[in-house]
Design a protein around this ligand. Structure first.
Ligand code: FMN
Length: 418
């Protein structure tokens, strides 16, 4: 199913959405994101699937994100006439086709070689936010070429020599026209993911015998690897040396990348970056307050998709308290566990302006290569409209006033031990 091309004639689906013939064909085989995950699991090399799909510990954080989203119930109202609800949305003064974006991901091309390009291209075509990770596989300048209208850049903390690398990355993101800078706060220490370890993945990333054996079993993957080459930390290559080997790059990373941003550093980047600034990983309303007090424009409530530590609350359960804390002073978004358009509408109903997804897009690439991310967006948009229509909301704004049962919602006043 990889690297297919198809005609782009538009047709109406059962729900009234205008979709391409390509979508219709793909939809018959992969009607939901779960089908893409299942297909990817069976067709990509084992290490690639474990990399894109695995979480910290026993995957408990991933399971909690999913079950917490599933537990959010929206009470429908009937008796109004509904056209097909639109899902276009505005974030930081820009129009996007839907409130779903591609979360920053390091090494997506481990999941399927070429994934970086596919994600950026699909986001641009669909007009949804695309966030390039500091440790993504294409340079900032290339991401800006592929996704000029939807390009956001995520930064990890490279603090050595007074943030020499971090500040230069920000300068490059600015020069390339990135619309939003996203500072990730939720990786204060390194973690290991057991499924990655057991699949043979090592850091520094090296193709060992077990990885080679599982790649050989996937000729499509090998073909794509031959076409795109082995993935590199392309944004960082100029600082480690253009010819730096994988090992040299790993050493460079170990020397330069440390911990998560302090609030003083957030303030410093605020001063430096004149466009919208977002922090990612805030789960506590007091952290959200602090970020807003420093002039941050937006927050992504996130537990890193359960990849860092499995004992955190689900992001959807922390969302309402963060929304209540910052009110209209910042744009609150969320990620972690989003697998459907209905999940996006759940997040919107609980006050998010948009949601992001990580793994869902990689399952798409793993199953369908270049066509994968676009298909994930198409599925989610279709599902968002259906969900809005079903609950009687004519707009995204109306979804915010439906009655919601949210059993896991964190109440920072009463149900927490200080
Ligand atoms: C393979 C992979 C790599 C990731 N790399 C990064 C990264 O480099 N920077 C970052 O801020 N978040 C990273 N994340 C976290 C995502 O941005 C996002 O928070 C998470 O995937 C959302 O949860 P979901 O996968 O359940 O949608 C990564 C996630 C995955 C799956």
């Amino acid at each position: 199913m990889h690297d297919t091309t198809a005609a782009v004639a538009l047709k109406k689906t059962a729900t009234g959405n205008l979709v391409s013939a390509r979508y219709e064909a793909l939809h018959r085989r992969f009607p939901t994101v779960a089908y893409l995950r299942d297909y990817a699991r069976r067709h990509v090399p084992n290490f690639a699937f474990e990399y894109m799909d695995g979480g910290a510990g026993q995957d408990g954080g991933i399971a909690r994100n999913w079950s917490a989203l599933d537990a959010v119930e929206l009470v429908p109202r009937y008796g109004v006439t509904l056209g097909l609800p639109p899902v276009e949305t505005e974030l930081f003064g820009r129009r996007y086709a839907a409130p779903i974006g591609i979360a920053p991901m390091g090494g997506p091309s481990i999941a399927w070689p070429g994934a970086d390009q596919y994600l950026a291209t699909a986001a641009q075509a669909a007009r949804v936010p695309y966030t390039l990770s500091t440790v993504g596989g294409i340079p900032i300048e290339r991401a800006a070429e592929l996704a000029p209208d939807v390009f956001w850049f995520q930064l990890y903390r490279f603090a050595k020599d007074d943030h020499r690398v971090g500040l230069d990355l920000v300068r490059r993101a600015d020069a390339a026209g990135a619309h939003v800078l996203m500072l990730t706060l939720d990786v204060p220490v390194r973690t290991t993911r057991s499924r990655e370890v057991a699949s043979g993945i090592t850091y520094p990333f090296r193709v060992g015998p077990r990885m080679a054996a599982s790649a050989i079993a996937s000729p499509g993957y090998l073909w794509s690897l031959w076409k795109h080459g082995i993935t590199r930390f392309a944004c960082l290559q100029p600082y480690a040396g253009e010819e730096a080997s994988v090992n040299a790059m790993a050493q460079f990373m170990q020397g330069e990348q440390r911990g998560a941003f302090t609030w003083d550093e957030v303030a410093r980047f605020r001063e430096r970056w004149k466009r919208p600034l977002v922090v990612k990983g805030t789960m506590h309303p007091s952290d959200a307050e602090k970020a807003v007090s420093l002039g941050v424009d937006g927050l992504v409530v996130s537990n890193h998709g359960g990849r860092q530590v499995e004992g955190l609350p689900a992001a959807i359960d922390a969302l309402p308290a963060v929304v209540a804390a910052v009110g209209k002073r910042a744009t609150v978004m969320m990620d972690s566990g989003i697998r459907s358009g209905l999940d996006v509408i759940r997040a919107v109903a609980l006050g998010a302006e948009a949601a992001f997804a990580g793994k869902a897009f990689l399952w798409g690439v793993g199953a369908l290569g270049a066509d994968g991310p676009g298909h994930v967006i198409d599925i989610m948009v279709d599902e968002m409209r259906a969900a809005l229509g079903q609950i009687g909301a004519r707009t995204l704004a109306e979804a915010r006033s439906v009655v919601v049962r949210h059993p896991g919602a964190l109440n920072f006043q009463s149900n927490m031990t200080p």
